[in-house]
Design a protein around this ligand. Structure first.
Ligand SMILES: Nc1ncnc2c1ncn2[C@@H]1O[C@H](COP(=O)(O)OP(=O)(O)OP(=O)(O)O)[C@@H](O)[C@H]1O
Length: 651
């Protein structure tokens, strides 16, 4: 029975985590599902397993991908089916040998039948090989396509989505879930079809050989059907929980690795290790629970048919003694029944895997089904839409810079009883002007700047760029127009040049050099390979000030029409800051800019200053005007403000 042996080996290879590792533990309690830590957004396990999910309906969602390889799938199933059917012929040949050459002591008739058995074995092996070869390549392609779609979707999804979802949850969907789905198409799907057909064919053969023995052998089918339905509902919940816990675990590992400096510096690695241990323990409990469920099912799936087979053997022996059945027919019947053990016994594993694949598919499509519009504009925003269109029509084509009218915003997960973070921002940055935005910590400055390139959607009001509503500008174009440098500079594992050119992929080497000059990033020349130097993951091989200067260079490299800088010089020493400011003035002279400023020295870059307080623009004016007229501003700029700014040109 080559097929059985080889297939079971494959199962063992691929199912280490699914197969029962230890005896079932009936007393084991169903572990509680993971719950988000109180007070935190649901960044772990954002989706919960639906109570009454249909495994088939979930798996059918894979069809658009599987359709591409449908002929290969059909060929693989056919090869496996023929191999299985050839297994069913073996008992018939055995019956012939017993009733023929053995009963008549005629060895000359044995050789052709023995040759037939050998041929059947070779056919099985050949078809087994074909089944694997036919599917391996296309399935790898399918996995690549699915992963590509997931990645592209993640790139398109708004920042608010990424705020809600933990990176480990996304990582596990792109890796282990993808593997589960591919494996399902490679083995369990094929064998679900093949084993069902083989079971039907074998049952027919058994009925043809002797209907009484066939009925006895099939008796366990009824309790097995009831049991598997019960198993399925429990197992799918456990499988979902395990996959979500795997995602949470990936998040902990990722945070531990990325935050290793902080953990070491504060000696918190033990706390993190404890968190890791507790999550691995939870996952282990869930896996054991799954293994227990599977083991229970398996015990019944294996035990009941064995019992029925024993009864069939006893009745068969009695019938042979009564001359109502030949010995050869009994041997053929029992061999057929034994050949059907694999299709029956594999049922537990196949069902378990189908459930794993269904939950993996659910998790995959939870991301793909997410709306991409960044959260449709809230009702208030829709109400503003008409007014926005009117404003846009009236001002389209005029050079009016950045205009925010009645802009409102609240984070989707903000508590219901809190006011909007921004509740009616009216601000006009004239074309070519640099406006500094100041406000207390947490007043919403960064949030406001993120609305301009539509990283978040305003929940009310309108924002126009040179008279055009930003909602009417295609996102890609909008992000070409508006260039951003955030306070926390993010770099990627790429060369210095590649990181800067993310701001304008088509920029010339001259533009790159100019941008680096503007950001006073002369340290680049001293790096081992200049702009070709790789900066390592998240740019951690550079200092904070160096990273910030590269982020600034990235923002200005494309000579953007609108520039948004979020406290771009906070990590620089006083001397470098002065040099950057000097160079930046030139850039700011040719663009319309909104600059978040915490320090008077940054305010100096601006023509005018806007003060953000209580979700509104409390005052706008030059630095000197505001110092005279605005108490909030005076408070924000108090201390070093006056001496530094005295003597500053016309501001
Ligand atoms: N992604 C988010 N989801 C929910 N709330 C957020 C999110 N980002 C920021 N907030 C909250 O919004 C408020 C404003 O944050 P924001 O970063 O815009 O302030 P800020 O004025 O730039 O502060 P700072 O001067 O310290 O940089 C804060 O209370 C913050 O907790």
């Amino acid at each position: 029975m080559t097929v059985h042996r080889l297939t079971l080996t494959t199962m063992a290879e691929n199912q280490e985590s699914t197969l029962p590792q230890s005896p079932p533990r009936p007393e084991q309690e169903d572990p509680d599902p993971p719950t988000p830590r109180s007070g935190q957004p649901p960044r772990s396990s954002p989706a919960t397993a639906p109570e009454h999910r249909s495994t088939v309906r979930s798996l059918l969602r894979l069809w658009p991908y599987a359709r591409v390889i449908r002929w290969r799938l059909a060929a693989s199933i056919s090869a496996a089916l023929v191999a299985m059917l050839s297994v069913l012929v073996v008992p018939l040949v055995l019956g012939r040998i017993v009733d023929g050459p053995i009963a008549h002591h005629d060895l000359s008739a044995l050789w052709p039948l023995a040759g037939a058995l050998l041929l059947l074995g070779l056919v099985e092996a050949g078809l087994f090989y074909t089944r694997r070869v036919v599917l391996a390549g296309p399935l790898a392609g399918l996995e690549t396509a699915m992963r590509g779609d997931l990645y592209a979707k993640l790139q398109r999804l708004p920042v608010s989505f990424h705020d809600r979802w933990a990176s480990g949850q996304l990582l596990s969907r792109a890796t282990s879930d993808m593997f589960t789905m591919r494996l399902f198409l490679a083995f369990p799907l094929v064998f679900l079809v093949v084993n069902s057909l083989m079971f039907a064919a074998g049952t027919a053969v058994m009925f043809v050989l002797d209907w009484r023995l066939a009925l006895i052998t099939l008796l366990p089918a009824v309790p097995l059907i009831v049991l598997t339905r019960h198993f399925e509902s429990g197992y799918s919940l456990a499988a979902r929980r395990a996959q979500d816990q795997t995602g949470d675990l990936a998040t902990v590992i990722e945070e531990s690795v990325l935050g290793i400096r902080i953990l070491k510096a504060f000696g918190r690695h033990r706390t993190m290790a404890e968190r890791f241990r507790s999550q691995t323990h939870e996952l282990r409990e869930t896996e054991l629970h799954k293994a227990g469920l599977l083991a229970n099912l398996w015990a019944v799936i294996v035990g009941l048919p064995e019992l029925a087979l024993g009864c069939a053997l006893a009745v068969g022996a009695y019938l042979v003694a009564q001359d109502e059945l030949t010995t050869g027919t009994l041997v053929a019947f029992l061999s057929t029944a034994l050949a059907l053990r694999w299709p029956v016994e594999s049922l537990g594993w196949l069902l378990a895997y189908a459930n794993e694949a269904a939950t993996a598919t659910d998790r995959y499509f939870e991301v793909l089904d997410e709306p991409e519009d960044g959260g449709a504009p809230a009702p208030a925003a829709k109400a503003d839409a008409t007014a926005a269109t009117a404003t846009a029509t009236a001002t389209a084509g005029t050079d009016e810079g950045i205009r925010l009218t009645g802009v409102r915003f609240r984070y989707p997960d903000a508590p219901d009883d809190t006011p909007d973070l921004l509740c009616g921002i009216d601000l006009h940055v004239r074309r070519g002007e640099t406006m500094a935005l100041v406000g207390a910590t947490g007043s919403g400055k960064t949030t406001l700047t993120a609305l301009l390139p539509r990283l978040y959607e305003a929940t009310g009001g309108t924002i126009t760029l040179d008279g055009r509503d930003i909602r009417e500008i295609p996102r890609a174009r909008l992000r070409e127009l508006v260039s951003v440098a955030f306070e926390e500079p993010t770099l990627f594992s790429a060369s210095v040049g590649e990181n800067v050119l993310m701001g304008a992929p088509d920029a010339s080497p001259e533009q790159l050099r100019r941008a680096l000059d503007t950001a006073q990033a002369d340290f680049v020349e001293r790096l081992p390979a200049g702009t070709e130097t790789q900066v390592g993951e998240q740019g951690l091989s550079l200092s904070g000030g160096q990273r910030q200067r590269l982020a600034l260079a990235r923002a200005v490299v494309g000579d953007p029409a609108f520039l948004v800088l979020d406290d771009p010089l906070s990590a620089l020493d006083v001397h470098t800051e002065a040099l950057v400011e000097q160079a930046l003035r030139e850039v700011l002279g040719s663009t319309t800019a909104l600059v978040v400023a915490h320090r008077p020295s940054t305010v100096l870059l601006a023509d005018r200053v806007a003060v953000l307080a209580d979700g509104r623009i409390a005052a706008v004016g030059t630095h000197q005007e505001l110092l005279r007229s605005c108490a909030v501003y005076r408070e924000l700029m108090s201390g070093e403000a006056a001496p530094v700014l005295e003597g500053s040109p016309a501001r």
